[in-house]
Design a binder for this molecule. Structure first.
Ligand SMILES: NC(=O)c1ccc[n+]([C@@H]2O[C@H](COP(=O)([O-])OP(=O)(O)OC[C@H]3O[C@@H](n4cnc5c(N)ncnc54)[C@H](OP(=O)(O)O)[C@@H]3O)[C@@H](O)[C@H]2O)c1
Length: 192
């Protein structure tokens, strides 16, 4: 019987030059937007699993006790520490993680950062919710995907990864913040 599939959705708010943070390694005010935050929180609420990088995990407490998987090279493969799952992709494939933690399938929210976005760009996103702060150009900081450093836009990388955009939605006209949901067009993925 085929394993029910986990649907993987990425979430990022990026500047016009595809950055997710600034030169200091922090999220600047220009990338903070109340409307985007509310939508993001609602998306996390409807996910059965949240997969994020270690720094993001350490920076953001988990008051709603969402089920987290922390990506870290410090994990052996998949292990539990204090009620949180820790995963090292070098030790266990995503398909095995999904089968172990979501045996009946479900939604997986991926809020980054860059290393985790890179990881799932190669595994395969089913959706990517790309929010743009159209007034922000940071000039430094992490790109949303490492390959943006070579000049590729986030949109071109999502297209190459088999996703297509829905119409752009204006979520905050005063702040110039838009959102585009990219969805897989090339059929169901097999778990990697
Ligand atoms: N604008 C946005 O939408 C957005 C989204 C996310 C984050 N951010 C911002 O970006 C910054 C944090 O992001 P970040 O990229 O620096 O950190 P991060 O992704 O939260 O954490 C990085 C850590 O995650 C682990 N990791 C990531 N990919 C891995 C892989 N493939 N294999 C093994 N371990 C892996 C490593 O942990 P170990 O060192 O333990 O191996 C790495 O040091 C913050 O400023 C945050 O606010 C912005």
């Amino acid at each position: 019987m085929t394993q029910p599939r986990a649907v993987v959705a990425g979430y990022a708010i990026v500047s016009m030059d595809d950055r997710i943070n600034d030169a200091s390694g922090n999220m600047p005010e220009a990338l903070r937007n109340e409307g985007d935050w509310r939508r993001f929180q609602a998306e996390l609420d409807r996910a059965q699993l949240v997969v994020l990088g270690r720094l993001g995990h350490e920076a953001h407490s988990n008051p709603r006790e969402r089920r987290r998987v922390v990506v870290s090279s410090s994990a052996m493969s998949l292990e539990q520490r204090d009620g949180t799952w820790w995963w090292n992709p070098a030790g266990l494939a995503w398909g095995a993680v999904a089968a172990a933690l979501l045996p009946s399938g479900g939604r997986v929210a991926v809020p980054g950062g860059r290393g985790v976005f890179d990881l799932f760009l190669s595994i395969g996103f089913d959706e990517f919710h790309l929010t743009r702060a159209t007034g922000a150009r940071l000039g430094a900081g992490h790109f949303v995907f490492s390959a943006c450093a070579g000049g590729a836009s986030a949109e071109s990388l999502l297209t190459s990864a088999g996703l297509a955009p829905s119409p752009v939605e204006l979520i905050d006209a005063a702040a110039g913040v838009t959102s585009t949901v990219w969805r897989r067009t090339s059929g169901a993925l097999t778990e990697k």
